[in-house]
Design a protein around this ligand. Sequence first.
Ligand SMILES: [Zn+2]
Length: 246
Amino acid sequence: MTSTERPAETPVAPGTVRLCIHPALRFLLPRRGRDSGELDLPHDPDATVGHLVQSAGVPLTEVGDLLVAKVSVSWRSRLQEQDRLDVAVRARPQPLRGPAIFLLDVHLGALTRRLRLLGVDTAYDNHADDDHLVEQAAREDRVLLSQDRGLLMRTALRRAAFVRGQHPDAQLADVIERFRPPLEPWSLCLACGGTLSPVAKAQVANQLEPGTLRTKQQFSRCRSCGHVYWHGAHDAKLQQVVRRYT
Ligand SMILES: [Zn+2]
């Protein structure tokens, strides 16, 4: 844990408690706690451990073990004055505890396309507001992925995660490494997430450019939106993404 890396522990002052946050979670903290991972807070006998951790900026979706004096505590428990709470990062791979299906918030459109490209069932609506996302995640039992910590702290969410990374490729690596969902590249429609089925060339000929019609032989069509795909229809960047994971 973080405390053992430090040469000497400073005592926790009376009237306060100390959160000691795992290095992998420190980027979520306010600036004053980011280097040391330590945050001293006024002791509030009514505040749950979960409330304290989330008020420091760390959604419980990202948290593994919570320890006080090396003893595991629940997020519902409360601290005593001068307690030190060690907050671990959630271990990876993280068991999904349900179907490997996801729901992404409005800012993760590029990640949505990449997950669908790899055959991961991913719902996305670029107009969905937070209430709608929380409701849909519950109704369809999907893992909600977001970079909005306020959204991830909603108590109604059963399965959710904060996505690390700015670039969609880094975000994809984060999600795949964290949840290890089964992959089946080229099986889903990038536009709507529907299932692709092989289709005879004659059936889609009227939807194709002459060049495509001449050079391509194998086609598939989305069962939901009717979009037609053929081998080579995806740009080089997406082909590269698939190669990285297969
Ligand atoms: Zn589709």
